[in-house]
Structure formats: structure tokens, C-alpha cells
Write a protein of this length. Structure first.
Length: 245
């Protein structure tokens, strides 16, 4: 088993956070002496912080940090990435829409590739989210030439050193940082492997954005993708120093 950091952003997940932490810990980290489990609480207003504090009493590898203010998924994710200290970083969300056992589908490929991404099979999300994801897929190909099947799947294994270099180009305050990480890595020719993983309906917790707000956020994300493409223009020749060195 490799040296690994799990990074899990969380916001108002009192109904599922204990199950998420316990099951991912038991499946991946329990028998690994060189590991850490980082949960980033984005200023939850429910009992999530209390549950995490109690879990820390029995899981010594569990590190709980808070964002300075409620900042959104991207800042929470970046906070966890900055703290991660192990050779490999595994990102999963706290809503338990993924099977911890599917980690082992990604694990065999991380020696050969820098990033290994899950691809959600039989995606269990509302229709409007599936439509948005399809539009993002098309835009990814038009703007970046990226052939990624699921650029926003929150179930990923990274080589930490490569991730750090990619993050230099990414604005994690933007709406969809996982997409930006994937597109930037693809643009610079980072080795990426995509693996089908299970996906389950969200049954608990807080969906922090939906309806008209979601539509507005998607339009903002489109502008941010265009801005990212503009930032990266002409930079491919710098990939050996910017990403691979």
C-alpha cells in the first residue's frame, strides 16, 4: 500500500459524514501506517463539526481543518490539497455517492499515470445535472481538445507533486475546480487514466446550489473555462518546466 492522503471536503453532512469517514478509512487506510485522512469543513452550520471532533478521538489519522470562512467547494478542496503531505492524494466528496471499494479500481494505475480519474457509471444525479455535464463535455472538447469522459468526477487519485504543479495554473476559487484541474492536466499532456466507478443517489445532506442559482453558476463556470483557456494559451511549450520538472 502506498503513502496516501485522503482529502474530503464537507459542508452540512451531519447525516452521512460519520459513515463516509468510517467506511473510507476502514477500506483504504486502516492497515496503512503511512497515511492521513484530511476532512475540510467549510463552516458547516449543522452537527458536522461535532461528529468530526468525536471521530478524531478514535481515528488518530483524521485531521479536521476549517476554511477561514464559508468559501465553497473549491477553496475547501485547495485547503486539503495544501495540507496533504503524502506521496499520493485521493480526493472524494463526503456525500457518499461513491463506493470506497472502488478506490482499488484506481490504485493499480497510479504508478503508470500521474492522475487516475473515476468515471461515473449509470450516474445517479437529477436530469438537469446530467444535461449540464453533457454540455461541459462538449465544451471541454471544443475549448481544450480534451477527450475526458467525466472531467468533474470527485473520485480521483493524484501523484501529489504533479498535482501541486497543476494547481499553480488553476483558480480553485472558481465554481468547478475539479474540471479546471482535469483540463489543465490534459492540456499539458499529463498522463491521465479514466476508470469506470459506481455512482449512487444522494440521499442525505445539503445540496448547496440548485435551480436558477445552478444555471447562473454554470454560466459563470463557462466564463471561467474560457478564462482558463486564455491563461494557458501558448504555454504548452512550457510543460516540461511548469508541470513535469
Amino acid at each position: 500500500m502506498k503513502s496516501i492522503s485522503i482529502v474530503m471536503p464537507a459542508y452540512n453532512e451531519e447525516a452521512i459524514i460519520e459513515r463516509s469517514v468510517r467506511n473510507f478509512y476502514n477500506e483504504i487506510l486502516r492497515n496503512n501506517p503511512d497515511c492521513e485522512f484530511i476532512v475540510v469543513d467549510d463552516w458547516s452550520t449543522d452537527n458536522t463539526p461535532i461528529i468530526l471532533k468525536n471521530l478524531q478521538k478514535e481515528i488518530r489519522e483524521l485531521i479536521v481543518v476549517k476554511t477561514p470562512v464559508n468559501s465553497g467547494h473549491g477553496i475547501a478542496l485547495r485547503t486539503g490539497f495544501n495540507i496533504a503531505s503524502k506521496e499520493y492524494v485521493f480526493h472524494t466528496d463526503s456525500d457518499y455517492q461513491h463506493d470506497p471499494k472502488d478506490f482499488w479500481k484506481l490504485h493499480p494505475y497510479i504508478e503508470q499515470y500521474d492522475f487516475v480519474f473515476g468515471v461515473r457509471q449509470n450516474r445517479q444525479d437529477p436530469l438537469h445535472r446530467k444535461i449540464i455535464s453533457r454540455m461541459v463535455l462538449i465544451l471541454n472538447r471544443l475549448l481544450f481538445g480534451a477527450k475526458l469522459r467525466d472531467a468533474n468526477c470527485p473520485f480521483r487519485l493524484y501523484k501529489r507533486e504533479t498535482l501541486k504543479r497543476i494547481l499553480n495554473w488553476v483558480n480553485t476559487a472558481d465554481f468547478a475546480p475539479s474540471i479546471q484541474i482535469a483540463l489543465t492536466a490534459s492540456y499539458f499532456g499529463v498522463g491521465i487514466k479514466e476508470i469506470p466507478v459506481n455512482h449512487y443517489p444522494r440521499k442525505t445532506g445539503t445540496v448547496s446550489i440548485f435551480g436558477f442559482k445552478l444555471l447562473k453558476a454554470c454560466m459563470r463556470s463557462l466564463k471561467q473555462m474560457v478564462a482558463l483557456r486564455w491563461r494557458l494559451r501558448g504555454k504548452k511549450n512550457a510543460q516540461h518546466t511548469a508541470v513535469k520538472s
